[in-house]
Design a protein around this ligand. Structure first.
Ligand code: NDP
Length: 285
């Protein structure tokens, strides 16, 4: 097989950035700049880093990003109350709660405190229900980034076999819904899947979101398959994917690099969710 096509996130990210700048500049003056609140609990360095990246993306497209660090000592009610309070702030059009939350906190209860019309990360059960019922195509940003990348590179999905490794609410499950909506035949795999490599190797399109550094090698890849690596595993100051790129690239027809694949798109899809929610709200006024 020849070298696979590289599915990089940079080109589609540029396109999204320009599209978002135009859309945001075109919002009614009373809604500009839109406000996005990022709620962080405690002072975890990785979470602070993600928040900074989101704020940078906000600046690039004309969104007012606001970071809030809440005390790690708050319980479920305390956190939910603070999130609900933000939800009533007319300057804030979108709210992101960074997960995971401290042990003992009911994370879904805190998520449900985000008003559905401000739920940019699609964490409320109402948002998940919309995706499941096909009422709306908004999805959690990472899942939406995977779909955007596949659409941008015109990867054929209709009638094809897609395998997703990972079943989290923020990546695996919503990715499966977006692939179904594009008429793929979808299999969801997880830690209890028997013969994972064998199942993965049936895929025309393989999406990997396990959070295990370079776990997926060429044994998981059917010759000619498209491989999308969602993994971002940090070690020794560098980021590595869930796919062993050199090995998988021997069989894949197209593959995402890490870094530089799904990653650069994710925060733009967050902004896109924000704009879509604002436009939806404006239509309902
Ligand atoms: P989670 O830890 O929530 O989920 C991991 C999933 O992988 C689970 O469903 C788990 O199965 C499954 N899994 C774990 N180990 C194995 C194994 N050995 N074999 C088969 N399945 C396994 O992770 P997320 O979904 O939040 O994230 C997945 C990856 O995506 C991570 O690398 C994360 O860093 C990355 N990510 C990247 C983003 C980006 O912007 N590019 C944003 C968000 C995440 P089970 O359910 O049975 O436990």
């Amino acid at each position: 097989l020849s070298d696979p096509r590289l599915l990089t996130g940079r080109e589609p990210a540029r396109g999204l950035r320009d599209e978002l700048r135009t859309a945001i500049a075109g919002l009614p003056e009373s809604l500009r700049p839109p406000g996005l609140a990022i709620v962080r609990v405690g002072s975890d360095e990785a979470a602070a880093g993600y928040a900074r990246q989101i704020i940078r993306t906000c600046k690039r497209v004309g969104v007012e990003g606001r970071e809030l660090e809440l005390s790690a000592g708050l319980d479920t009610h305390g956190l939910a109350d603070r999130v609900a309070e933000l939800g009533r702030d007319p300057q804030i059009q979108g709210i992101i709660v960074q997960f995971p939350l401290p042990g003992g906190v009911d994370a879904q209860a805190v998520a449900e405190a985000v008003p559905p019309e401000k739920d940019v990360d699609r964490v409320t059960s109402a948002a998940m229900g919309e995706l499941f019922t096909g009422v709306e195509t908004l999805a959690p940003a990472t899942a939406a980034a995977v779909a955007h990348l596949l659409d941008f590179y015109a990867i054929e999905l209709e009638g094809r076999r897609a395998v997703v490794i990972g079943r989290s609410n923020i990546v695996g499950k919503p990715v499966a819904m977006l692939l179904l909506a594009r008429h793929a035949t979808v299999t969801l795999c997880h830690s209890r899947t028997v013969d994972l490599a064998g199942v993965a190797a049936t895929a025309d399109v393989l999406i990997v979101a396990v959070g295990r550094r370079q776990m997926v090698d060429e044994r998981y890849v059917r010759p000619g398959a498209v491989v999308i690596d969602v993994g971002t595993n940090y070690a020794d100051g560098a980021v590595a994917g869930d796919v062993d790129f050199a090995s998988a690239a021997r069989k894949a027809s197209a593959i995402t690099p890490v870094p530089g694949g799904v990653g650069p798109l994710t925060n733009y899809l967050l902004m896109k969710n924000l704009v879509t929610l604002i436009q939806r709200g404006a239509r309902q006024l």
